[in-house]
Design a protein around this ligand. Structure first.
Ligand SMILES: [Zn+2]
Length: 474
């Protein structure tokens, strides 16, 4: 079982992408320093993105109460036990539920006036945010949107905030917003956000904010982070918060990646990919519910856009502009091909061990954009030449934040997959991956080594060790 990782977030080995830049950055005075810095930080960052953060937490919490605002208690459980309190709770949920319904149906219908009528006329900062939300959803190919009143807590807003809001009553509700993108999502994305409501004189209630009391570790929806621009590719959809990003180029690259990945995996997958291009790294971290700075050296991630994982969950590639912008075009395309392989192979909901998920994604990326082996596997080969040949395929810990051998883990995983392809053929590598992916047994990889490749994991590891020694000493 691969309980030890978070398959909702898989990241690219930026190390490789950077190291192989065929169009190096201008030889500015500090470029070598910057490069070293990025390399050093890479391991940590990749590990953080991969396993440590959301993954462990997400897995542990699956099936139980989510963190932060993730899974809120039912209305009944927060209602006061006395009759008056219960009556007020029912009133709030009825009023709030109908407001949300109007807001969502106005968005879907493109009815600006009806939408604006749900927004608190006294709200100052929220007026602009509400308009942004409306415009963002209208820019997306929205197939459906539902806003469901999940629960509330009349004491959640601080007294000062309630005073500021005024009105006869104000309260904070947890609202599940679910939306589906036409032609891209089989299932809606569902995310819980805190929504402030206020009742004004005359008894009319309004929505007054989407940003009170946001939990620090909550994943935030992309449409709440800023004004989006949308670019349709042939099979891709690029959604960007960056007013300056070249979205046509991103769409073209993603379309190419979809085609290149399909050359290996065939065309029996959706071949539809949604790519998020934030303006800042912090926005990327908000999407992932990650602490500030934790993705400092991650180029991109593939993530299930959800608080819980399930089959059919919408998956997004989220790039980190802070890192990717400093990478060559080829480096960026390697990263996108790597991530698209994760999308095509349903890696976010797969039981495949990390060495196979990451090694396979790199296999496809470097097959598409060949780079000299000695450049990609530099860290690993240094170890091997020093006599430190890996004893086993890298486990989940090798891909973790604390791993000292993160780059080597990626490199060795890549070469394990390349060895399978070289020795048995690419078709067998794909069959092997699928067998492990589809296995419901804890011994999935071992079974696949036997059933697909006619060997054992032990024998394969011995072959792989010899292979690494030969390549490292070439
Ligand atoms: Zn990856």
């Amino acid at each position: 079982m691969s309980e030890e990782r978070d398959p909702t977030v898989l990241s690219a080995p930026l190390e490789a992408a950077r190291e192989v830049d065929p169009e190096p950055v201008q030889p500015a005075p500090e470029s070598s320093r910057a490069r070293r810095f990025v390399r050093r930080g890479l391991g940590l960052a990749v590990a953080a993105g991969l396993v440590a953060g959301a993954a462990y937490v997400g897995l542990r919490d699956a099936g139980s109460q989510g963190p932060g605002t993730g899974t809120s208690p039912s209305l009944a459980s927060v209602s006061p036990s006395d009759g008056v309190g219960a009556e007020q709770a029912v009133h709030r949920s009825t009023v709030g539920g109908s407001l949300l319904q109007r807001m969502a149906s106005s968005i879907l219908a493109g009815d600006q006036n009806s939408f604006s009528a749900t927004v608190d006329p006294r709200a100052t900062t929220f007026a602009a945010q509400a308009q942004m939300i409306y415009d963002n959803f209208r820019a997306l190919p929205l197939a459906s949107i539902v806003m469901r009143y999940v629960s509330d807590d009349p004491t959640a807003l601080p007294a000062a905030r309630r005073t500021e809001l005024g009105g006869s009553e104000s309260w904070l509700a947890q609202v599940e917003v679910s939306w589906r993108l036409r032609d891209f999502d089989q299932q809606p994305v569902r995310m819980t956000v805190p929504v402030t409501m206020v009742t004004r004189q005359g008894g009319t209630s309004y929505i007054a904010s989407f940003s009170d009391q946001v939990a620090a570790d909550a994943r935030r929806p992309f449409w709440l982070l800023g004004t989006v621009r949308v670019q349709h590719g042939e099979r891709s959809l690029v959604v960007s918060l960056d007013p300056n990003a070249d979205l046509t180029e991103y769409a073209q690259w993603e379309d190419d990646a979809i085609g290149d990945v399909s050359k290996v995996l065939g065309t029996k997958w959706s071949r539809k990919v949604v790519l998020y291009v934030p303006r800042t790294q912090r926005q990327m971290e908000y999407v992932l519910g990650a602490p500030a700075g934790s993705y400092a050296h991650i180029a991109a991630v593939t993530t299930a856009e959800a608080e819980e994982r399930f089959v059919g969950v919408p998956v997004r590639i989220v790039v980190n502009p802070a890192v990717l912008d400093a990478t060559s075009k080829q480096g960026r395309r390697i990263v996108l091909t790597h991530e698209t392989t994760h999308v095509a192979s349903s890696a976010t909901v797969s039981p495949v061990p990390l060495w196979l998920a990451e090694g396979f994604a790199d296999y496809v990326a470097f097959r598409t954009y060949p780079v000299p082996t000695s450049m990609v596997a530099k860290d690993l080969f240094r170890e091997v030449r020093a006599g430190k040949v890996p004893r086993a395929l890298p486990d989940a810990n090798a891909f973790a934040t604390s791993s000292q051998r993160l780059a080597a883990a990626y490199e060795s995983a890549w070469l394990a997959c390349r060895l399978i392809s070289t020795r048995y053929g690419e078709h067998e590598l794909v069959r092997f991956y699928r067998a492990v992916h589809n296995s419901t047994s804890a011994t999935g990889p071992e079974d696949a080594f036997h059933d697909v490749l006619g060997t054992s994991q032990q024998r394969f590891v011995a072959d792989w060790q010899r292979y690494l020694k030969r390549l490292a000493n070439d």
